[in-house]
Ligand binder design. Structure first.
Ligand code: 26Q
Length: 842
């Protein structure tokens, strides 16, 4: 292998240990174990060691954290508030240690204590405070804001219970409550002094009548002032978690709110013998932060969900306003000093709440308040699926948030008044532009509210931004033509390569140095190794080692043996019809039948790996999990195909499982119906780790195709425009099935119960729906998909060439770093300046 001289410096990241630092760390861990955990080393459990290690690492974070806070104050840095109901963080120990570049020291210190770091790491529960892509994106963005040097503040809810744990019993999904806090959370700091009252219900009273607005926009004497008298209050209490940026240069804060009752327990009721009633109020309050809603993309529409949304939005804005006033003394400068990013519409009430604070508490007239709000807030949309667009019944809002409902009406009036002077907008578009949906029961459209209250509205990939303009926000885009933009998602390479794939990371560091970890474009330097067969061999070996690691885990958990020499073909994500796990498993069945028909052909061995959770009430998605497991049982027990095809469904998909699976993938399945996946972020993690993508021209697959090059990705199927055209003109699944005998045979096998002999009718309805409706166009894409899979086999046969394409994927994925995405947000939306990393890297 030919390595250029300059890049031969030993990489800093997985560098050698420093004996004095190791000794110091060892001492701190011992002290934490003894005095905080209260255990003697001889009797400490692995979990005790984990807590002691986390606390020792945390000590090294806290000083820098305080420095960061001071710096933000003294430099008057623009603050970026990222409001999200979900932060899908995963584990924090390796994340913190790796970003502080303490990994070798930490391993050594524990080894000297007779403890294995990997065992310690593995007992940390995942912080699963999110459902999927949107929540994980928030976590990646928090890490990148700290890494590129932005004063980012995350705000969300500290759920007692994160996303449910998934068990598979007899092939079916079972949901089990998740309990991440019962073992204690060493990363959080309770801020008992940081509390806010959040009101609900009650009435709105006129306060005083006053005159007209003066020049400053302050309402010296506006028509009438109102005051909201809530019927009840809930207290929000802050819990802070430090967010460690790359090399620890900056430590930002993730502030999560927990709900507490504002009224003490009712002693009079208790004394009257009403023991349970006495606690009812308290239970009602604390329920707000009890559990994450597990519906990915289908709003549950329950009152408690709306309460969660307002609870954390109100507490966060109160905290922001308090901080701003204490530093600057006037709210008028808020948009200059702060910006609020709404992660989807879940915090969209921020628009009405900020207007309310400005009008009711600071005396602004509504139009000026709205202008200040629009200059402060921005909104990211993550989905165009009609069933995922949030809206709330007007009567519910009137009851729970009467003042906000009033303000929403007033914002709507100002907004619709704009149409009067716009001749090009037909007056019959009023109903489409209105914040209130009048079709069958009046509802507030949260997407419209967020749009109207924001300076910018962004999609999460180029295609998604375009579709926003053409579909859901078509009318609003006409009225506010410069508001919609797009910022293609990114992922943090520190977690999704450095931490999860040490084998590949050290190979990369050896080849090009480790500058790429803070500057992802440098991965480009790997391109010159595509003609270096020794390097390609080592690249393939790293992949092989990761596959062996995964195979060992699968053997332990599922008692299924996977051949690391086979192609690992992976689809891991939430279970959703538009993501088309069904297309994947049907093609696997067709392939299985082909192998059985021609057992002596030279088949490329494949392992099909699935993982993902279904929303508890999403029966179709749960049935597809069952089908995958039914197929797995049959295929894995069929001696005729044994070494050619295996199917495995890995239970309880979460961030930690993704970190194990992604580095081991050869082929990444990104096969959504075109136009339906806003971006995807798993697609980026796989390509970064040297998997080839098989995918539709959808979401960020479009941009991955542009970056890695057409030869290094397998694109198939209808485009978004073609899907739309078929939907308009009528789609004929029967014709597609008739034209593809393999598909017809596959569907017939599934329908007739070949895979469900215990219940032959189990899949009859499923197949019937595909034959008659096929909303997600599986039958339209099936033949193209199957052909692409065989093309993939042919590429895989030439292992050296496969490694070359895989390396090109890694080398060309730099643009998909969340550092790039965050810098785009900073310059195009937030008006914030990332601190240059001066003095950071020596
Ligand atoms: C809304 C109301 C009530 C209950 C639940 C919800 C809810 C919860 C989660 C609605 C939507 C979500 C999650 C959406 C999501 O994850 N979208 C994904 O966002 C990713 C990051 O931008 C994209 O990459 C994915 O394409 C998109 O599907």
């Amino acid at each position: 292998m030919n390595l250029p001289d300059v890049q031969n410096d030993p990489p800093r990241t997985e560098s050698r240990t420093d004996p004095s630092r190791v000794a110091e760390l060892k001492k701190t861990i011992e002290i934490k174990l003894l005095y905080v955990v209260g255990k003697d080393p001889a009797h400490a459990s692995i979990h005790d060691w984990y807590t002691a290690t986390a606390l020792a690492v945390r000590d090294r974070i806290v000083d820098r954290w305080i420095d960061t806070t001071r710096h933000t104050y003294s430099q008057s840095e623009k603050r970026v508030y990222y409001l999200s109901l979900e932060f899908l963080i995963g584990r924090l120990l390796t994340d913190s240690i790796a970003n502080l570049e303490m990994m070798p020291d930490c391993r050594a210190a524990l080894t000297e204590l007779g403890v294995d770091y990997d065992a310690v790491r593995a007992v940390e529960p995942d912080a699963a405070l999110g459902n999927g892509g949107l929540g994980r994106l928030a976590a990646c963005y928090m890490e990148s804001m700290a890494s590129v040097g932005l004063a980012g503040f995350g705000y969300g809810i500290r759920y007692d219970h994160g996303l449910f744990r998934q068990q598979i019993r007899d092939g079916w999904q079972i949901e089990v409550p998740e309990d991440w806090l019962t073992v204690g959370n060493p990363w959080e700091f309770e801020r008992a002094e940081v509390t806010f009252h959040v009101g609900f219900g009650g009435r709105v009273e006129p306060k005083e009548a006053v005159g007209a607005q003066d020049k400053s926009g302050l309402a010296k004497s506006a028509p009438t002032k109102f005051i909201w008298r809530p019927a009840e209050y809930v207290i929000a209490i802050a819990y802070d978690t430090p967010v460690v940026g790359w090399q620890g240069n900056r430590i930002n804060t993730l502030r999560l709110w927990s709900a507490r009752p504002s009224e003490p327990m009712q002693f009079d009721e208790f004394n009257r013998g009403l023991h349970l009633d006495a606690f009812a109020e308290q239970v009602r309050a604390t329920n707000i932060s009890r559990v994450l809603y597990p519906d990915d993309s289908t709003p549950a529409g329950q009152e408690l969900r709306l309460k969660q949304e307002y609870f954390f939005t109100s507490a966060s804005l109160q905290d922001m306003v308090r901080r701003h006033l204490s530093q600057f003394g006037t709210i008028a400068t808020l948009p200059k000093a702060a910006t609020v990013q709404l992660n989807d519409t879940h915090p969209a009430l921020a628009v009405a709440e900020l207007v309310r604070i400005l009008v009711d508490e600071h005396g602004y007239v509504l139009s000026t308040a709205l202008e200040l709000t629009q200059a402060t807030i921005a909104y990211t949309n993550h989905t165009l699926l009609p069933e995922a667009l949030e809206s709330w019944p007007v009567p519910l809002l009137e009851r729970l948030l009467p003042r906000h409902m009033q303000i929403i009406y007033e914002i709507n009036a100002l907004h619709l008044a704009k149409i009067a002077n716009r001749r090009e907008i037909p007056k019959d578009r009023l109903h489409a532009l209105s914040l209130i949906d009048e079709h069958g029961g009046r509802r507030v459209r949260m997407g419209h509210l967020a749009f109207v209250g924001s300076k910018r509205v962004n999609g999460v990939s180029g295609l998604h931004g375009q579709l926003m303009r053409e579909t859901v926000f078509k009318d609003l885009n006409q009225l506010y033509p410069d508001r919609i933009t797009h910022i293609t998602n990114g992922v943090t390479f520190r977690r999704w390569l450095v931490q999860c794939n040490p084998a590949l990371t050290s190979l990369i560091n050896e080849a090009i140095g480790d500058g790429w970890i803070g500057d992802a474009d440098q991965l480009k330097k790997l391109e010159k190794f595509t003609s270096d067969s020794a390097f390609l061999e080592r690249f393939a070996q790293a992949k092989r080692a990761n596959k062996e690691r995964l195979a060992a885990a699968v053997a332990r958990r599922l008692s299924v043996n996977l051949d690391p020499g086979a192609m690992f073909d992976v689809q891991i994500k939430r279970m959703h019809e538009y993501k088309r796990q069904l297309l994947n498993i049907l093609e696997a069945i067709a392939h299985y039948q082909a192998i059985k028909a021609e057992p002596n052909e030279d088949w490329v061995p494949r392992v099909k790996i699935f993982a993902g959770k279904a929303a508890a009430s999403y029966h179709r998605a749960k049935l597809i999990i069952k089908l995958i497991n039914d197929v797995a049982r049959m295929v894995n027990n069929d001696p005729a195909v044994r070494d050619k095809l295996r199917v495995a469904f890995l239970p309880n998909y979460n961030v930690s499982l993704a970190e194990l699976i992604i580095p081991a993938a050869d082929l990444s399945e990104q096969i959504s119906t075109a136009g339906m996946e806003a971006s995807g972020t798993g697609n980026m993690k796989f390509a970064l780790n040297g998997a080839l993508t098989i995918g539709t021209y959808d979401g960020a697959n479009v941009e991955i195709h542009q970056h890695v090059g057409a030869d290094n990705i397998l694109i198939f199927g209808l485009s978004a425009a073609e899907v739309a055209a078929r939907r308009r003109e009528g789609h004929d699944p029967r014709a597609n099935i008739a034209a593809c005998p393999e598909l017809a045979a596959t569907l017939e096998a599934v329908r007739s119960g070949v895979f469900s002999p215990d219940d032959p009718g189990r899949y009859a309805q499923l197949v019937d729906d595909l034959t008659n409706h096929d909303f997600f166009m599986l039958t339209a894409d099936f033949a193209a998909y199957a052909a692409k899979q065989r093309e993939g086999d042919d590429l895989y046969r030439n292992s050296g060439d496969w490694a070359r394409r895989a390396l090109l994927n890694t080398a060309r994925m730099g643009w998909f770093s969340s550092d790039r995405a965050i810098r785009e947000y900073a310059s195009e939306i937030w008006g914030a300046k990332p601190e240059t990393q001066a003095g950071a890297a020596e």
